[in-house]
Design a protein around this ligand. Structure first.
Ligand code: COA
Length: 291
């Protein structure tokens, strides 16, 4: 079953993982599975109280060790302090999951310069701050077998109207993933990205499908597989990518969207609205005309 847990119980034993934005949503779902697989996980966000609550809940549920650390990824000094706190507690860190993000829908001309900056700062600058701080630390300590996993989106390469700051920033995160996969491979650091399609969470849905939009735009309908994603499916992929089973996977972006973005891209994909009976008529017409 696709919602089953994929890896063996101790698959991440001995790994120390930092999940930015781990207090809620998809970050929390991935954190929970990492804990179940034996990793120790530090979760970060601006809201320490929320993090503490999540950490307690996940520790109770999994029996694992979850460390809440306040950190606004937009500020490099806070990222350095977060790394230090993780090291003080765990002794070593092996995996960085750049999951923290910010987004809301808006016509671009309605955005203030600060609104645009805010999204770029969280998504692109935040991922850069964490990647640079952790990378410098790993390289200076000659630590091998480390991993950066970035959460992007399928509009990192297609672009998307109405979420332009996010699209711009996520494109940058994808470029950074691919660039450093090559440059820092010699230091034993692997870089990969996941591009999730619709995986409903409260945070994203309140900002991307507010109010009536939720009913008007049933995202499952845009997906060839006719459903949204289950959090465990994403957690399974993330756990695999940060595990040693993925040791030869580097510089890749893996889309997990049920075929959603390709459905929007293929020139003739709309033809799946044509009923079977009409195809007989169309085929006859095409054959007649091409004689
Ligand atoms: N439309 C237009 N502008 C908006 C807006 C909206 N819906 N929401 C916020 N802004 C503007 C603000 O007015 C402000 O600009 P201004 O100073 O010129 O007025 C700017 O964006 C920053 O907003 P502020 O609330 O001060 O920033 P913040 O750092 O507290 O919040 C957000 C950042 C807006 C991204 C907030 O939604 C957030 O914290 N999100 C994090 C989680 C998230 O987005 N998850 C979903 C990922 S899909």
């Amino acid at each position: 079953m696709y919602t089953d847990k994929m890896l063996r119980d101790d698959a991440l034993k001995g790994k120390n993982i930092v999940v930015t934005g781990g207090g809620s949503g998809l970050g929390k779902a991935m954190t929970k599975y990492f804990l179940e697989l034996g990793a120790r996980v530090a979760i970060t966000s601006r809201d320490l109280e929320k993090l503490q609550h999540t950490a307690r809940e996940l520790e109770d549920e999994t029996g694992g060790t979850c460390l809440p650390v306040a950190c606004d990824v937009r500020h490099y000094d806070q990222v350095e302090a977060m790394l230090k706190q993780v090291l003080d507690n765990f002794g070593q860190v092996d995996v960085l999951l750049n999951n923290a993000a910010g987004n809301f829908i808006s016509p671009t001309e309605r955005l203030s310069a600060n609104a645009f900056d805010t999204i770029i700062d969280i998504v692109l600058k935040g991922s850069k701050n964490c990647t640079l701080a952790f990378g410098k630390h790993w390289i200076a300590g000659k630590q091998q077998n480390t991993v950066v996993l970035n959460i992007v989106t399928t509009y990192s390469w297609t672009g998307s109207a109405y979420v332009v700051p996010s699209a711009t920033a996520k494109a940058g995160v994808l470029a950074m993933t691919r660039s450093l996969a090559v440059e820092w491979a010699k230091y034993g650091i692997r870089f990969n990205a996941i591009a999730p399609g619709p995986f409903p969470t409260k945070g994203a849905w309140d900002r991307l499908l507010p109010g009536e939009l939720k009913e008007k735009f049933d995202l499952a309908r845009k997906v060839p597989l006719k459903r949204v994603g289950e959090h465990q499916e994403l957690a399974n992929l993330a756990a695999y990518l940060v595990s040693d089973f993925a040791a030869y996977l580097n510089g890749e972006v893996i889309t997990i969207d049920g075929g959603e973005w390709l459905k929007g891209a293929g020139q003739f994909n709309l033809l799946d609205q044509i009923p079977e009976a009409m195809w007989d008529m169309l085929e006859n017409t095409i054959r007649k005309n091409s004689r």
